[in-house]
Design a protein around this ligand. Structure first.
Ligand code: SF4
Length: 389
């Protein structure tokens, strides 16, 4: 069933983002689940070249005019443009997925930006006069299909929405920044940071903004730490713990994922760390090891940090939207959210473990150890020292 199979399990533990991450569960989750998709549509498997996993889904439907050439819905589609917009019309979601894939638009950014607009419409910050007469109401599948066309063609309200939630909120004002759910301008993926709290810290420190791909899914590491054993971490840590043990796992995991990205390895292949070392040696003829490859990942993470500092990002941008510090009042994670103080401490632990200073600037010692002292950006340091004084 691929990733579409996690819609219902996540909904049960308040991990399925619903109406712009505002509600703890989606009452129509079953209708947009992978099970429903497979029972109601002709779903085939497909694959990247020569991969035996075959995780790609292809959905075709003459009745609903869904063209299989553009693939099919994964979990992120069903959530970002489904539950997160309150939409339960599965046929419309299949068509919307086809259109997003055909245009090559990121479904997460599109869905979270439309969710921000729907919340702004609900609060009266924007009205029909601003939306070309379109009703931006939760659950409105026709609105979704219309907005995909307008965004991709940059027509009317679509021209502003195409800029993403950060710029949309800045433009309309009225407090919309509070519910524009992005980090460093990238919209949050469909993984709830009140449930996966280590992932919330990972979103904040990621060089590319809210990114779940080089990040820790700590509902998994709360149960099984086999992956971390070659690195010396043997004890599971609860998903809502963001203390030093969890941040140590985050550092190891994100650095390893940066290595995987550098080696262009798919994250869905269930290889262990030892497998990947063996694979790297087999492909390159090197005699490398876990320690060296972890350093490759750490070097990539540090270089991207220097790049961001040079471009004007600061420690202030290592943040999580305020919504995620307020717990849900019901559901599986009722009453659970990180405190702002614990969150800042977790960021500090991350900086310290990475060899970065209090402002998140890599120290000269760390750059020298990684062999990238040449990449030091003195202008970023001057800005930091002025802010500190
Ligand atoms: S597991 Fe990775 S490489 Fe294989 S089909 Fe899926 S995305 Fe492609």
């Amino acid at each position: 069933m691929g990733t579409s199979g996690i819609v219902q399990p996540l909904n049960r533990i308040s991990g399925l983002p619903t109406r712009n991450f505002r509600d703890p569960f989606f009452e129509y989750a079953e209708q947009i689940s992978g099970e429903a998709m497979h029972s109601q549509f002709n779903v085939k498997d497909d694959t990247c070249n020569a991969c035996p996993i075959r995780c790609k889904r292809v959905v075709e439907s003459e009745e609903h005019q869904v063209d299989g050439r553009f693939g099919g819905a994964e979990y992120e589609h069903l959530s970002a443009i489904g539950s997160n917009l309150g939409i339960s019309d599965l046929a419309a979601l299949m068509k919307a997925t086809e259109r997003c894939n055909a245009y090559g638009v990121d479904v997460i950014s599109l869905g979270v930006t439309i969710a921000c607009a729907m919340e702004a419409y609900e609060k009266g910050i924007i009205t029909k006069e601003d939306t070309d007469g379109i009703e931006l109401t939760w659950g409105n599948a026709e609105t979704l299909l219309t907005l995909i066309e307008k965004i991709c063609r940059r027509e009317g309200i679509g021209d502003l929405l195409a800029e993403g939630s950060m710029r949309f909120a800045e433009k309309i004002g009225g407090g919309a920044e509070e519910f524009a759910l992005h980090i460093k301008g990238l919209e949050l993926p469909m993984h709830e940071p009140r449930l996966k709290q280590g992932m919330g810290v990972g979103y904040a420190i990621s060089p590319t903004g809210a990114d779940h791909c080089h990040n820790l899914h700590d509902t998994g590491t709360a149960k099984n730490v086999d992956f971390f054993k070659p690195l010396g971490a043997f004890k599971p840590v609860p998903a809502d713990d963001i203390g030093p043990e969890k941040i140590r796992m985050l550092v190891y995991f994100t650095n390893w994922r940066h290595y995987m990205n550098s080696a262009v390895v798919c994250q869905f292949l269930p290889w262990t760390i030892d497998h990947l070392v063996e694979l790297t040696n087999g492909v390159t003829g090197w005699d490398t090891n876990v320690w060296e490859l972890m350093k490759v990942g750490e070097r990539a993470a540090t270089l991207t940090r220097l790049f961001n500092l040079r471009e004007g990002f600061t420690a202030e941008d290592d943040r999580l939207p305020k919504r995620f510090f307020k717990p849900f009042k019901e559901g599986y994670i009722k009453g659970k959210a990180p405190s702002e103080e614990d969150f800042r401490q977790a960021i500090r632990y991350y900086y310290q473990m990475m060899g970065w200073d209090e402002q998140g600037v890599p120290t000269d010692g760390k750059l020298a150890e990684l062999g990238i002292l040449w990449a030091r950006d003195d202008s970023a340091r001057e800005v930091t020292s002025v802010e500190q004084s």
